[in-house]
Write a protein that binds this ligand. Structure first.
Ligand code: PGA
Length: 249
């Protein structure tokens, strides 16, 4: 059985005090969710988040990391620094990283390699822009993001990969892909992974949908056979909404 995951990407929100408060609320409300809960606070609050969630069944993830092992890269964070504080999951390739920080598929491929080398789990994000969908080019764009950023990895490493399909036009816009649009793309993605890596890997792969998921639409999106959870931005910043989304399973 593949795993269901509901992950909250907190982006550049929440001070340490606010991080603690939100986590305490999530912990208090998290009963009976049939999905792994992941939270991704900012770098400076990761250690605190790990401390607070210890033994509570909540995973803490980083929102990014650098591809180098270490060195003269002012302002960056290495994989070993994350694993050292108990963070073993990292989000890579978020559309905001791609757009605002110019992260290319080639750069992401090397970040993926570094994360896997450190036995970290990668939540690999990708998705088309509005113009791609309007030009009916969305399947192509997604295929090449996966081929160029991810499909060089070994078969054995897929146990550490979670995919997050996030159409850029649906992120933070209030606009969601319809459950059928999400299912159509997720099915395409799973079939593509199957073609390259075989049925077992594709079948076991968790594919998240991201882009304006909220308590009102989560259940229907998650009911689709190839949607195994969500990567949540705005709605992950309120404990009640985040937990209500997770209860969509
Ligand atoms: P959103 O963000 O839920 O606010 O649309 C999703 C994301 O950026 O992962």
């Amino acid at each position: 059985m593949r795993k269901n995951i509901v992950a909250g990407n907190w982006k550049m929100h929440k001070t340490q005090k606010e991080t603690v408060a939100l986590l305490e609320e999530i912990i208090a409300q998290q009963t009976n969710t049939n999905a792994e809960l992941i939270v991704a606070p900012t770098f400076v609050n990761l250690a605190k988040a790990v401390e607070i969630t210890q033994g509570k069944g909540i995973t803490v993830a980083a929102q990014n990391m650098h591809q180098a092992e270490g060195g003269a890269f002012t302002g960056e964070i290495a994989a070993s620094m994350l694993t050292d504080i108990g963070v073993n999951t990292v989000i890579l390739g978020h559309s905001e990283r791609r757009a605002y920080f110019h992260e290319s598929d080639a750069l992401l491929a090397s970040k993926v390699d570094t994360a896997l080398k450190h036995d970290m789990r990668v939540i690999f994000c990708f998705g088309e822009e509005l113009k791609d969908r309007q030009n009916d080019n969305h399947f192509n764009v997604v295929e090449y993001q996966l081929r160029d950023g991810l499909f060089h990895i070994d078969k054995k490493d897929w146990t550490n990969i979670v995919l997050a399909y996030e159409p850029v036009w649906a992120i933070g816009t209030g606009e969601t892909a319809s459950p059928d649009q999400a299912q159509e793309m997720h099915k395409f993605i799973r079939t593509l992974v199957e073609k390259v890596y075989g049925f077992d890997i594709a079948d076991a792969l968790t594919i998240l949908y991201g882009g304006s998921v909220k308590p009102e639409n989560a259940k229907e999106i998650f009911s689709k056979p190839d949607v195994d959870g969500g990567l949540i931005g705005g709605a992950a910043l309120k404990a009640a909404d985040f937990i209500a989304i997770a209860k969509g399973f």
